[in-house]
Design a binder for this molecule. Structure first.
Ligand code: COA
Length: 159
């Protein structure tokens, strides 16, 4: 069986929380496509190209994982990729309502698409990209929350 999953997000930038979900997904999928959203409603710090490059550095040469940009509907992108699974991390109860809504909408759009929720490592449940961006922009230490490549990129942005 060739289980293909899509893990979507803005990844602005990817954090150790995202890395954790990628690694956990690889326990049950054969191929993981990390889908980097081209257009989100948020203003991004890193360009699409930068976000993709950072994820490529994080993933290294693991050929089970592929980083790809996407725009438009996630359900359509997953279908194009031949993926039957969408992976999402569920960090706290507050994530639930939005995630539930998204999973049901994606299923409405593509009935054969299943969403799988993964629970991140406990020490990473409080993380988000914006909190990392904010702390880094104010000179705080985020070294244990992001990959060294992302840390360098943040230093490049904020000095
Ligand atoms: N560890 C750390 N942080 C995490 C995390 C984890 N495991 N999982 C999520 N986060 C963070 C993200 O970094 C993001 O942080 P930020 O808001 O501070 O930047 C926040 O939690 C929200 O993440 P997420 O819900 O994944 O939002 P997103 O903006 O990264 O991605 C899309 C949302 C792109 C997946 C979604 O909007 C989408 O699918 N868009 C395509 C259009 C579409 O199909 N729309 C209909 C969907 S039903």
């Amino acid at each position: 069986m060739n289980r293909i999953a899509v893990y979507p997000g803005a990844f602005d930038p990817a954090t150790k929380g995202h890395e954790d979900i990628i690694n956990r997904s690889l326990h049950f999928v054969d191929r993981l496509i990390v889908a980097v959203a081209e257009n989100t409603t948020k203003t991004s710090l890193f360009s699409l190209q930068e976000r993709i490059e950072l994820l490529n550095e994080i993933v290294g040469d693991d050929d089970r994982v592929e980083i790809r940009p996407f725009h438009g509907l996630l359900a359509d992108f997953a279908h194009e990729m031949g993926a039957a699974i969408v992976v999402r991390g569920l960090r706290a109860v507050s994530d639930f309502e939005y995630e539930f809504q998204m999973a049901l909408m994606n299923r409405k759009l593509r009935d054969d698409l299943e969403t799988v929720f993964l629970v991140p490592a406990r020490h990473l449940t409080f993380l988000s990209s914006s909190i990392v961006r904010e702390v880094a922009s104010l000179g705080g230490d985020v070294a244990d929350l992001v990959h060294p490549t992302v840390l360098r990129a943040l230093e490049g942005k904020f000095g």
